[in-house]
Design a protein around this ligand. Structure first.
Ligand code: HEC
Length: 119
């Protein structure tokens, strides 16, 4: 009698799985290269591959392009100290001598997930 209900649950469940299925692959070097070719648009459209580029723009002046050579604390192992969300909060709100709001929204999100991988 309640077959229709199972039907709906099944469809909803399958929808969830496929929606979450497209995870990030680890081919960041490749995606970076293709993204650098779209230079005529100045607008920043952030996705995971932009983390490196955005960091170079907004953060490397203090933290160093290689994450360790700047005057600010080293970030090369920051992923084992903070979660992605905590890093995002530091970017948005600042911390100590670091100003907040250097990056916002998707850009902050992209750099936070990129840094959270540094362990
Ligand atoms: C004006 C220089 C400056 C810039 C630009 C800057 N930072 Fe910082 N950052 C600092 C300083 C100084 C600290 C140490 C703050 C403290 O705890 O006193 C810091 C701390 C941090 C920390 C915490 C480190 C730790 O071990 O607690 C993270 C994460 C971080 N910065 C990420 C970023 C990111 C991502 C960007 C780019 C959006 C950025 N920073 C840009 C100066 C800067």
């Amino acid at each position: 009698m309640k077959k229709w209900l199972y039907g709906i649950i099944c469809v909803a469940f399958l929808g969830l799985i496929t929606a979450c299925g497209g995870g990030n692959d680890e081919t960041k070097e490749d995606t970076n290269n293709t993204q650098e070719q779209t230079t005529d648009e100045q607008e920043q459209t952030a996705d995971a591959g932009d983390g490196d580029a955005l960091f170079q723009q907004s953060c490397s002046s203090c933290h160093g392009g290689d994450l360790v050579s700047g005057g600010a604390p080293d970030l090369d192992k920051i992923g084992s100290k903070y979660s992605k969300d905590e890093i995002e909060q530091i970017i948005l709100k600042g911390q100590g001598g670091m100003p907040g709001g250097l990056l916002k929204g998707e850009d902050a999100d992209a750099v936070a997930s990129w840094l959270a991988e540094k362990k």
